[in-house]
Design a protein around this ligand. Structure first.
Ligand code: PLP
Length: 370
């Protein structure tokens, strides 16, 4: 009996991307085997983390790496690391930051909500978020002015659909912080395929979720300088206790990295492009729906399908169509950011042929309902 049957859990079709409330991603058989092996045995966790560091270095070219509970934990622990270094009494003292520098500067447009406010990740370390500029605009010299004697680090976000305002050059921001001898942490979120590029900005630590496109169990990768990674690991005896990586998380993440290293990006992209264009071609034949293939605006090597819903012909608006899809059986989740302007966006990466068929069928039913 499946868990779904036993507990009466809903089958969902996730065309919304690496979405945390739906379980994020699907893992490969290799990753699942690694988790199974991990759960059956004991390990010296410190050894496991050192092995993880070697694998992450090999994968990213960075000096060191560590696995933590998730990317959110990674942000908190990276900030804690900049505050305490490896000083044991400081590590044990957090989140009380008495005697430590505690201001973490970030451009106001990077103070996103990815399911919770990112500034809370800063506060959890006992630090104080300081927003530079306005949500619409943060010039580099505005950011530079906010970096003062109280500052302990600068936090930046990879460009994504969450970041607001005019884009800011990550490289220029890193240079400003480094001029003031301040470390820079970049939240790379789901964009594990762009780790090289993010490290090339000069950032001291880059954090990505392992369970998003990498397809690992829930885990966060903290990647960067040897000293700061050591300071992240030092938090295991402090606030990091409640954000620790599990043995199955570490071994699952390492298996996912091995998958990625063996993975032929070009072949995968060709298959994905075929899947996406075939889906778009069939969706475009549905009366009242226009489909087009769009690249990921943040530069990940994936395409999505945008469906323009002609409310007059379909009989419902895009907002209502998303509602109908989500509340039907099985529920279908799509990206709704542009629903107000008549567009639904679908990410097809994790979907199999049967699921794509169900999505097309439900779109046809919707269009033929009036
Ligand atoms: C998903 C996400 C995170 C957190 O990832 P978890 O691994 O779920 O903690 C952090 N930042 C951004 C921008 C995200 O999208």
């Amino acid at each position: 009996m499946s868990a779904r049957e036993r507990y009466g859990l809903t089958r969902v079709i996730n065309a919304r991307g690496t979405y945390t409330p739906l379980g994020v991603s699907r893992s490969s058989a290799g990753v699942r085997e690694a988790v199974d092996e991990a759960l059956a045995d004991f390990y010296v966790m410190d050894e496991l983390q050192s092995a993880a560091s070697r694998v992450i270095s090999g994968f990213s070219g960075a000096e060191a790496g560590a696995v933590v509970h998730c990317a959110s934990a990674g942000i908190t622990l990276a900030i804690a690391a900049t505050m305490t270094g490896t000083r044991e009494e400081y590590v044990a003292q957090l989140p009380d930051s008495t005697g430590m520098k505690d201001s973490v500067v970030l451009p106001a447009g990077h103070a996103v909500d990815y399911g919770h406010p990112i500034v809370q990740d800063i506060r959890l370390a006992g630090a104080r978020p300081v927003l530079a500029g306005t949500v619409e605009h943060c010039a580099i010299d505005r950011l530079a002015k906010s970096l003062d004697a109280e500052s302990v680090a600068c936090l930046l976000l990879v460009s994504s659909r969450l970041v607001r305002g005019e884009p800011i050059s990550l490289g220029a921001a890193v240079a400003q912080a480094h001029q003031r001898r301040l470390p820079v942490i970049i939240d790379g979120a789901a964009q594990d395929m762009r780790v090289d590029e993010l490290l090339a900005t000069g950032a001291d630590l880059v954090i990505v979720s392992a369970q998003k496109y990498l397809g690992a169990p829930t885990a966060g990768l903290v990647i960067g300088s040897r000293d700061l990674v050591a300071a992240v690991r030092a938090q295991e005896k402090g606030i990091g206790r409640s954000m620790k990586a599990t043995k199955e998380g570490i071994l699952g993440a390492l298996a996912a990295i091995r998958d990625r290293e063996r993975f032929e990006l070009r072949t995968w992209r060709r298959q994905e492009e075929r899947k996406v264009s075939e889906f778009a071609r069939r969706a475009d034949r549905i009366p009242g729906i226009r489909a087009r293939v769009v690249p990921d605006p943040a530069g990940m090597p994936i395409s999505r399908v945008e469906l323009s819903v002609d409310g007059d012909r379909v009989g419902v608006s895009a907002v209502q169509a998303a509602d109908v899809l989500r509340t039907g059986n099985p529920p279908i989740y799509v990206m709704e950011e542009k629903a107000r302007v008549g567009i639904l966006t679908l990410e097809l990466v994790p979907l199999d042929g049967d699921e794509l068929g169900v999505v097309l069928e439900r779109l046809s039913e919707l269009a033929n309902a009036r």
